[in-house]
Design a binder for this molecule. Sequence first.
Ligand SMILES: [Zn+2]
Length: 187
Amino acid sequence: MSTDPSMAAPVRLEPVRRFLNTLDVESGTDAITDTAGLATWLTGADLWHGDALVTEEELRHARDLRGALRAAATANHDKAALPAPVRSVLDAAAERAGVRIRFTPDRGWRATTGVDGVDGALGELVLRVVGSMTDGTWPRLRICARDACRWAFYDSSRSGTGKWCSMQLCGNRAKQEAWRGRRRETG
Ligand SMILES: [Zn+2]
């Protein structure tokens, strides 16, 4: 994991990137292992201001959604197809949030969530993904390709082919590991 600010996503997508990073593989921590953790995170992210308790079922839903979005961000590396189980979790999240289209006076439209609570808050994250897919920024949200890291980062490189959250840290380490692996094989 790197705290390099250059890996931040555009404003619309940044809360999604942070949601994916509630799981920190490198340090082995997870901010949403229990209902209180999820409530704290959603409140801190300004997505939810409920005073009701988060249920175990909502926690499961949040963790499923995070897993699906992490898988989707991993698929962004090589434009891989989204597996059906990932799509059904995303579809279900939109459904639970009562996502709907509202037309606006400026001859446009916007998508909104139709429910409050945790489902609505998670639906807001899904809508941000949808917005990002629409404006073309989504393919640049990725999971770091170094297995020990897997930090979600936004690839702002010109080529748009970044594999690691940080070339200095993970990129070099991954290359060293590959080099050592090759040396083991040949020697
Ligand atoms: Zn990394």
